[in-house]
Design a protein around this ligand. Structure first.
Ligand code: 5GP
Ligand code: MG
Length: 189
């Protein structure tokens, strides 16, 4: 695996530091919403929704910086089937989470590229009447968005390269590489 990586764009240490900062910022946001619910005599419900499979590693780290009573649900989407390294349009697999009504929902994805995945999912989840809907991505490629939608929280802006690691795959592999890097040409079909 490591021998297939041409270079690291974001190191393990940079990721750990930034995920902590994102967790702290998101926690302030959620705390304000919990306080408002308490004022109104409601118990706040927080639901974190990672977009599978790419955000598994990110969400696992992120939720441990969120000191709230919360639930985890999942959505599954893909836009890079198999060995594709450019988006082939978004496909959603399986059912969307139910009973989001009145909940504070945080949608978590690995990377914001064309933006179609997050724009579509936030539109669909927004129709389920959440009290609030925030979106968090670890990575974003500036200037690539094909939609008006922008995520609320972005970990790192990266150059327009196809990256792997920290949950991101090429043909299903490299998700367990602990940093974010680019592949050698010899590793790409
Ligand atoms: P978008 O819908 O914003 O174009 O693409 C978002 C999805 O495409 C992400 O959830 C991610 O799964 C995939 N994606 C976009 N860019 C990359 C990349 O550089 N590397 C990998 N492995 N996946 C990517
Ligand atoms: Mg994805």
């Amino acid at each position: 695996m490591v021998q297939d990586i041409a270079g690291v764009l974001v190191s393990q240490e940079q990721i750990a530091q930034r995920v902590r900062e994102l967790g702290e910022a998101l926690s302030r946001d959620l705390q304000a919403r919990c306080d408002a619910d308490a004022q109104a005599g409601r118990e706040a419900r927080i639901i974190i929704i990672p977009v599978l499979t790419g955000s598994m590693v990110f969400v696992a780290d992120l939720i441990r910086h969120l000191p709230f009573k919360l639930k985890l649900e999942v959505v599954s989407a893909s836009s890079y089937p198999g060995t594709a390294t450019s988006s082939k349009g978004v496909t959603i697999h399986g059912n969307l989470p139910q009973s989001l009504s009145g909940a504070h929902v945080v949608l978590v994805d690995d990377i914001f590229d064309s933006g179609q995945t997050l724009a579509l999912l936030s539109d669909l989840l927004g129709k389920k009447n959440p009290a609030s809907l925030r979106t968090v991505v670890l990575l974003a490629k500036p200037g690539k968005a094909k939609v008006d939608f922008r995520p609320d929280y972005v970990g790192f802006e990266i150059p327009d390269r196809f990256v792997v690691g920290y949950g991101l795959d090429y043909d299903g592999y490299y998700r367990n590489y602990p940093a974010v890097g680019v592949l050698k040409e010899s590793a790409v079909e």
